[in-house]
Design a protein around this ligand. Structure first.
Ligand code: SAM
Length: 291
């Protein structure tokens, strides 16, 4: 018998043994293809002394493949029903630790300090629950964890928005929020047939490699992100009109906003979706100094 967890037969046997029923509300779509899993893990470029952090191990399909390549694996799972199953399926891998916690509430920084202090290379690798992909990624990036990056599976459409370049219809505030911290690239498109149950959207794997410094250095990060959001508030409008409509007393301040665009060398007739992160950075610093 094939011993890998991620085969249709073994997965079926595990689910039956424990009478497990999927919870759609927890984004439970388990992978049943070891080839795909191995390719996902390849993209993480783990070394013998790397640590892997997983979100949502399910019955351990990806966890097992990570365990074969990493020195230590820490996996956060919200669903208590999966804990006895994971204890069983992952028993051959003592260097895997499952933590029963909602990743959005977990103090990941402290967990990493406690469990992975001796490891110099840490990657997040996960098949994310699709109902919370963006909050999970943003939380892990904003907390400035000591990680090299992430290789995560998510909805294809979201992966494309995250990695989008200026001038495309997918480019928006999500692309900037994530590319501010990382270099983002879609590395795999994954068919629905390799999951049980099959999700009703297409999937993709995205690799996010953390930048040593943000993509642009700005005077005030919160202000920068506010300006980015304001610039995309109505995609069909020009950057000038979006800023006038979204910023406080924007109409009265039109001449100053125009002047700031000019100083930042941005044509006021352009649309937000054409601006690079660096241009948004220049604009945000000008507006902060003059409004
Ligand atoms: N890694 C497994 C695989 O690839 O087969 C399962 C992936 S499944 C798409 C998502 C997993 O995330 C489920 O096991 C689910 O219970 C878990 N999960 C959902 N929300 C979570 C949260 N907020 N924190 C931690 N785990 C969560």
């Amino acid at each position: 018998m094939n011993k890998e967890i991620a085969t249709p037969l073994r997965t079926k046997a595990i689910l039956e043994k424990y009478g497990f029923s999927f919870k759609k509300s927890l984004g439970q779509n388990f992978l049943i293809d070891t080839n795909i899993l191995n390719r996902i893990v390849d993209h993480a470029e783990l070394k013998e002394d790397s640590g892997a952090v997983e979100i949502g191990p399910g019955i351990g399909a990806l966890t097992e493949q990570l365990a074969k390549r990493a020195k230590k694996v820490v996996a956060f799972e919200i669903d208590q029903r999966l804990l006895p199953i994971l204890k069983d399926t992952l028993s051959p891998y003592p260097h895997v630790e499952v933590i029963h916690q909602d990743i959005l509430k977990a103090d990941v920084s402290t967990v990493l300090k406690e469990k992975m202090a001796d490891l110099t290379d840490i990657m997040v690798v996960a098949n994310l629950p699709y109902y919370v992909t963006t909050p999970i990624i943003m939380k892990l990036l904003e907390e400035q964890l000591p990680i090299r990056g992430m290789v995560v599976m998510l909805q294809k459409e979201v992966a494309e928005r995250i990695s989008a370049k200026p001038g495309t219809k997918e480019y928006g505030s999500l692309s900037i929020a994530i590319q501010y911290y990382t270099k983002a690239e879609v590395v795999m498109i994954v068919p629905r047939t390799v999951f049980v149950p099959q999700p009703n959207v297409d999937s993709a794997v995205i690799r996010l490699l953390r930048r040593e410094e943000p993509a642009v250095i700005v005077k005030d990060e919160d202000y920068f992100f506010n300006i980015v959001r304001a610039s995309f508030s109505q995609r069909r409008k020009t950057i000038l009109n979006n800023l006038i409509n979204s910023l406080e007393n924007g109409k009265e301040k039109k001449p100053i906003i125009e002047q700031c665009l000019h100083q930042a060398e941005i044509d006021p007739r352009r649309r937000g979706e054409t601006l690079s992160i660096q241009e948004f950075g220049r604009l945000s610093d000008e507006l902060l100094a003059n409004l």
